[in-house]
Design a protein around this ligand. Structure first.
Ligand SMILES: NC(=O)c1ccc[n+]([C@@H]2O[C@H](COP(=O)([O-])OP(=O)(O)OC[C@H]3O[C@@H](n4cnc5c(N)ncnc54)[C@H](O)[C@@H]3O)[C@@H](O)[C@H]2O)c1
Length: 252
């Protein structure tokens, strides 16, 4: 548990918060004093919310009107909104030639379009100055990696969305940033992490020589959302053990 209390009196929304990075992030904000709204399409978000002392909302972020429902729930819970963490996302992407129309649309809808819609609904409620948004990109949105086309394109879009929105709202005192995680141990990667050759490839390509835990991402998300990052705006910060900085060829 963090000994910091940077979010006392603040209201934070975390999407995709039933498990994984989102759940760790919701816990981190709650531990630091925030009132947290945890949004997820999995009903288990209600359990996660209870365990961190927040409010749960079962909702598909890609549905039309999701942004308004999220705003309504956050205001009902906390009476204000200070931070939005756009974390909900899905993997399952494939090589382009093996991707059907439905999966291309669904992956880009959830990983990118929903962020635009939810942010559009939340923005007018953020304090000016003081509001903060943190988006989840990925190392796979920054460089190519075979077989992840729709996901990678959506995550690259998240990085550009972060820059674009900065150009539009930073003058209001609203900061927008993103992180680009490397491989994190969560249900999303559980299948891949059972494949020893994938683990070896990713660990060998990561200078720090390991994968990471969701809490290590949550700590950086909280930093970016906090006043400790008061002049950090428009960046996508890699949280990747050095993967993007110095990718090794395996067995170098
Ligand atoms: N795990 C990694 O290695 C990794 C690496 C880079 C980026 N990321 C990104 O971090 C974020 C969190 O990933 P994670 O690893 O914790 O994944 P996860 O699958 O463990 O958790 C994602 C959560 O988002 C929820 N979600 C998915 N679609 C949703 C929808 N339409 N509406 C509401 N909720 C929805 C899921 O139900 C789940 O609870 C994602 O955006 C992911 O792309 C993860």
């Amino acid at each position: 548990m963090s000994t910091m209390h940077r979010f006392e009196g603040k209201s934070v929304i975390v999407t995709g918060a039933a498990r994984g990075i989102g759940a760790a992030t919701a816990k981190r904000f709650a531990d630091e004093g925030a009132k947290v709204l945890l949004v997820d399409l999995l009903p288990e978000v209600l359990e996660t919310a209870k365990s961190v002392g927040g409010q749960g909302l079962v909702l598909d972020v890609a549905l039309p009107g999701a942004g308004d429902a999220i705003v309504e729930a956050a205001l009902a819970h906390a009476g204000r909104i200070d931070v939005l963490v756009n974390n909900a996302g899905v993997g399952g992407s494939k090589h382009l030639l093996k991707s059907d129309d439905e999966s291309l649309s669904r992956i880009i809808d959830i990983n990118l379009i929903s962020l635009l819609r939810i942010t559009r609904a939340v923005l007018p409620h953020l304090p000016q100055p003081g509001g903060s948004i943190v988006n989840l990109s990925s190392i796979f949105g920054m460089v190519g990696y075979p077989g992840t086309t729709a996901y990678a394109v959506a995550k690259a879009g998240v990085t550009q969305f972060t820059q674009q929105l900065t150009s539009e709202v930073a003058h209001l005192g609203i900061r927008v940033n993103a992180i680009a995680p490397g491989v994190v141990v969560t249900p999303m990667t559980a299948g891949h992490l059972q494949n020893p050759s994938y683990v070896k490839l990713m660990v060998d390509s990561t200078p720090m020589g390991r994968v990471c835990q969701p809490e290590e991402q949550a700590a950086v998300i909280a930093f970016l959302a906090s006043e400790d990052a008061s002049f950090v705006c428009g960046v996508t910060l890699p949280v990747d053990g050095g993967y993007l900085a110095a990718r090794y060829t395996p067995n170098y």
